[in-house]
Design a protein around this ligand. Structure first.
Ligand SMILES: C[S@@+](CC[C@H](N)C(=O)[O-])C[C@H]1O[C@@H](n2cnc3c(N)ncnc32)[C@H](O)[C@@H]1O
Length: 280
């Protein structure tokens, strides 16, 4: 199918929530000198022009990154995320880093990034984007197939980002099943799964399935975008983190609360952090 193009949504409030959490997880991995690996299996394009026809069509970034990127009280906890933005935007906000770029900006010499994208145009862009960087490996296959085939990775400390477009409704079933397969092969990996909260509430059955199939700690961060209750599109952006690193809940809470202060739309935004399962 592949009609979804992330270029239309780059830098929106859901991206800000997702990428802020990603940057916090990466900062955690960098605290230890042992190398880490990131598998970004629905990678998109790498970076996005905010003056492009696609981004200008809905200007979602105006409700997202444009509100916080040069905020006078920028939260220092998110310095890794701000650095990725600054590197692309020396003057004005013109480009937005997708998840591969944010990860790349956190890699040290021995760390690795595996990016996978099925859309042929975005895949070609990724190949160009990663050229000459021996730390990055680009794949062109179905994300869940890649996820299972690439686990366990050689470097065993690592993070997986699962960021589907959910254009195919069966993804609410196939994603938790695919993640569970990978988790069986690599139980110590940290898996971060993005989901949208829409009026149909399909994320609830996805969450039930995840909890049934994966017997590990799972943390949920949900960011309500502050749209009119009558709005029929995405109401909240959510992430489930399987095997959340110790202490990550506190930093996600602080960052989510900070973002909620500035990112509302017709109503104030809200952030909620919930342990779905936590071992003693
Ligand atoms: C939400 S976007 C990814 C955004 C990116 N992770 C970021 O944060 O910058 C989802 C991407 O998955 C790709 N995609 C959709 N179905 C896929 C599949 N079955 N396998 C691999 N990629 C897929 C789409 O082309 C799209 O680029």
């Amino acid at each position: 199918m592949l009609s979804y193009r992330h270029a239309f949504h780059a830098g929106g409030a859901a991206d800000v929530h997702k990428h802020a959490v990603l940057a916090l997880l990466l900062a955690h991995f960098r605290q230890n000198e042992k190398p880490f690996v990131v598998l970004d299996v629905y990678a998109g394009r790498g970076t996005y022009g905010l003056n492009s026809e696609e981004a200008q069509k809905r200007r979602e970034f105006q409700h997202g990154i444009a509100k916080v990127w040069r905020h006078p009280n920028r939260l220092p906890l998110l310095n890794g995320y701000w650095a990725a933005l600054n590197a692309l935007n020396p003057d004005q906000l013109a480009r937005y880093p997708g998840s591969p770029q944010i990860v790349r900006d956190h890699l040290r010499e021995a760390d690795q990034l595996v990016v996978n994208e099925l859309h042929p145009t975005d895949h070609k862009d990724l190949i160009r984007w990663a050229a000459d960087d021996p730390r990055i490996h680009v794949h062109h296959r179905d994300a869940l197939e890649a996820l299972v085939a690439l686990t366990p990775p050689k470097i065993r400390r690592g993070l997986v980002l699962i960021d589907p477009a959910y254009e195919v409704k069966t993804e609410y079933d196939t994603v938790p099943a695919g993640v569970a397969k990978a988790w069986t092969r690599w139980p110590q990996g940290v898996y971060t799964i993005w989901y949208p909260v829409l009026s149909e509430g399909r994320h609830l059955s996805e969450r039930t399935k995840l909890l049934e199939l994966i017997n590990a700690d799972i943390l949920q961060t949900e960011f309500e975008l502050g749209r009119n209750k009558t709005y029929d599109g995405m109401q909240s952006s959510g992430l489930w983190i399987v095997n959340p690193p110790w202490g990550i809940d506190g930093v996600i809470q602080s960052a989510g609360d900070w973002l909620a202060r500035y990112l509302g739309q017709e109503r104030p935004a809200k952030h909620r952090l919930t342990w779905l399962r936590k071992s003693e």
